[in-house]
Ligand binder design. Structure first.
Ligand code: ARG
Length: 456
């Protein structure tokens, strides 16, 4: 009979047992469940709700159970539904009536809310460390290639020349906001729900603050109904993960393009690619493609959580058991991304000559011509129009922008001087973008110094 079997006359049907179990996925909460129970019984004893010897015996037995779980000497049984029931039953099995005191002034509703918060708090700390590591890999690759230039794109069309390091540092910025978002949701995670009971607290004289302090929470939740009903902290975390995955997916898309024969800007190490079962010549950037695909699953987790919560009347409803599948899947996916990407970034090889060659397209410097006109006093819109006509002229003549004479240029840009013919040097074009946040070499150097210092 289940631990809650008192008011039931017959057992749950086998299919319902299978349908409602969560042990197959919530067993990963064991450590945090035990941590929470240990703090709980310590408080119960301090408050005189259970004898001190009982609390000691329970705490010692919980440690043993943890060891048993970790060494594989613990059996799971879906009739015991979830990790909370498993651990409580194991306690009772050994300690009998003493063990049966552990659940005083507690419900699985506040217990599971506690366990998820404890688990996610650890995960967030790991995730932040992982994101920082990822940033360091990007900075390392950027620093090694701070003189390399390539075309920057808008609409996937040649736009203006940029420094390769600047491109990578754009992702470092994105990841920085991801780390900040994680740190921010940790604040709201780090609040202790234990003592909220099923929904209405307890008649027993518990000391919630003591448990919160014991478990290193910043405070207790203020409202017991809110504490057992909401999962917004998990939604927030998964949404931060979804944004992170989106950033990584975009980086992956850049890499996929750069690896293509058409671009041929980088080559990923063999360790991060796979071949074709049919075409012997293939080397495919599967990791990057998988990340685009897995990002969809992280979005799916976010959508599942939001949808799961939107129609729930207060307070706890069993629907909430499903939250863990979505949360764990999103976490596992992102943890894998964080493992695979830093070494993939660090080992990729640049085809600098190809980047440089693509960056030499003089059309990339068309904006520089317009800005030179602005320097000479021409209103920008007029300047833009003149250079546009010049580009059209070149196109009609079948010439590159740097293949015309000054006289030809002056047909469409009357203000053009000999200096205009020198504006097609890609390195100089980059160097001149020496403003805060710009891609000028000096600015990129500054950004690199900033990150090297801050990521140390
Ligand atoms: N396995 C449940 C969950 O994950 C634990 C809480 C069950 N509470 C209840 N009243 N049935 O949500």
């Amino acid at each position: 009979m289940a631990l809650w079997g008192g008011r039931f006359s017959s057992a749950t049907s086998d299919d319902v047992t299978k349908y409602s179990e969560s042990i197959s996925f919530d067993k990963r909460l064991y450590k945090h469940d035990i941590m929470g129970s240990k703090a709980h019984v310590k408080m119960l004893a301090a408050q005189g709700i259970i004898p001190a010897e009982t609390a000691d015996a329970i705490r010692a037995e919980l440690d043993k159970i943890q060891k048993r779980i970790e060494t594989g000497d613990f059996s799971y049984d879906i009739t015991m539904e979830d990790i909370h029931m498993h651990i409580e039953s194991a306690l009772i099995e050994v300690l009998g009536a003493e063990g049966a005191r552990v659940h005083s002034a507690r419900s699985r509703n506040d217990q599971v809310a506690l366990d998820i918060r404890l688990y996610l708090r650890d995960q967030v700390d790991e995730l932040i460390a992982g994101v920082r590591h990822f940033q360091r890999a990007l900075v390392l690759q950027a620093d090694a290639n701070k003189d390399v230039i390539l075309p920057g794109f808008t609409h996937l069309q040649h736009a203006q020349v940029v420094v390769f390091a600047h491109h990578l540092l754009a992702y470092v910025e994105m990841l920085d906001r991801d780390a900040e978002r994680l740190a921010d949701c940790r604040k709201r995670l780090n609040v202790c729900p234990l003592g909220s009971g099923a929904l209405a607290g307890s008649t027993l004289p518990i000391n919630r603050e003591m448990v919160a302090e014991e478990l290193n929470f910043s405070r207790c939740t203020r409202n017991s109904m809110d504490a057992v009903a909401d999962r917004d902290f998990a939604i927030e975390l998964v949404s931060a993960l979804a944004i992170f995955a989106m950033h990584t997916s975009r980086l992956s898309e850049d890499l996929i393009l750069w690896c293509s024969q058409e671009f041929n800007f980088v080559e990923l190490d063999d360790a991060f690619c796979t071949g074709s079962s049919l075409m012997p010549q293939k080397k495919n950037p599967d990791v990057c493609e998988l990340t685009r695909g897995k990002t969809a699953r992280v979005y799916g987790a976010l959508t599942a959580l939001l949808t799961m919560c939107k129609g729930l009347p207060l307070t706890y409803n069993r629907d909430l058991q499903e939250d863990k599948l979505a949360i764990f899947d999103a976490l596992d996916t992102v943890q894998m991304i964080l493992k695979v990407y830093p070494p993939m970034i660090e080992t990729m090889v640049l085809r600098k000559e190809n980047m440089r060659a693509a960056a030499s397209d003089p059309a990339l410097m068309a904006t520089d011509l317009a800005e030179k006109l602005v320097e000479l006093g021409v209103p920008f819109r007029t300047a833009h129009h003149r250079v546009g006509s010049f580009v059209k002229y070149c196109k009609e003549k079948g010439k590159a922008l740097d293949e015309v004479t000054l006289a030809e240029m002056q047909e469409t840009i009357p203000e053009a001087t000999a200096e205009f013919l020198t504006l097609f040097d890609p390195e100089e074009s980059v160097a001149k973008r020496n403003i805060t946040g710009g891609t000028g070499f000096a600015q990129v150097e500054k950004q690199l110094e900033f990150w090297k210092k801050n990521l140390d």
